[in-house]
Write a protein that binds this ligand. Sequence first.
Ligand SMILES: NC(=O)c1ccc[n+]([C@@H]2O[C@H](COP(=O)([O-])OP(=O)(O)OC[C@H]3O[C@@H](n4cnc5c(N)ncnc54)[C@H](O)[C@@H]3O)[C@@H](O)[C@H]2O)c1
Length: 286
Amino acid sequence: MGDVLSVMKTFTDRVAVVTGAGSGLGRALALRFARERMKLVLADVDEAALAATGALLDGVGTPWLARRTDVSDGAQVEALAQAAEAAFGAVHVVCNNAGVAPLGAVWENTESDWRWALGVNLWGVIHGVRVFTPRLLAHGDEAHIVNTASVAGLLSPPGMGIYNVSKHAVVALTETLHHDLAARGARVRCSVLCPAFFPSGIADSQRARPAALADTGSRSAESDAREAGFRKAVESGRLSAEDVARAAFDAIRDERFYVLTHPRILTAVERRMQDILTGATPRSPV
Ligand SMILES: NC(=O)c1ccc[n+]([C@@H]2O[C@H](COP(=O)([O-])OP(=O)(O)OC[C@H]3O[C@@H](n4cnc5c(N)ncnc54)[C@H](O)[C@@H]3O)[C@@H](O)[C@H]2O)c1
């Protein structure tokens, strides 16, 4: 726990930016912040989905702004920050949450697969950190950045190499952000969210794929079977997006860095660490 003055305890009328706010966890985060009477800035590539989240916020009576934003494009993230400040003033919470999940053995993934998913999952978080952190530091109030990684940022499950690479990188980026902020004595805190499966639209994330990076690859029958398994695992996730959003909010309020929402997965994380420390060949996490 840090200095009490730096922990975010005041939420009413403060501004939260959420990327990937049209679906799943992003929508649940927006609704969780709305319950705290925050003002919401919603970003997503899917404008109809953003409008649907906005309609839910109307039901709660929350002021909101929606802006179509492709988080892989730095200029669009900069425009999002400017629009947020123009509408509501200083931003206090930023959730870099948008994500996609291409599957397949790493040698089967095409260059477009890599560029698409690293663009959203990694560059989206890089842009969010790069664009918003100086603004949070400049206003000088307590503030918090939540980066959505995954347990795939702490483990390397087979058949989802691009996703694993992107999420491990988000964990590393957020740990470093924490150290850089602490070294400055900043009042900005950060957390990395590492959930396991919860039901959402992630198994259909190709819907948000730009035509310029279209899926041109061919996959083996084994990878197709893995895709079906992934969908089933998402659908049968033990927690809901709302549960994960609640854990993220609690982490902001209680100033917790690592947010691991699914305790049963901790054994696999521990086994990976043991394999590293003992020099053993990695055991499969699944
Ligand atoms: N659902 C799970 O089991 C699970 C587990 C661990 C981590 N996560 C992570 O949670 C986050 C949210 O995913 P979700 O499960 O709610 O999936 P989701 O598909 O329901 O929501 C993701 C949203 O991101 C948007 N999006 C996609 N590309 C974008 C882009 N370039 N710019 C802006 N928005 C874009 C989509 O339109 C969608 O609305 C992701 O980072 C995902 O990796 C999900």
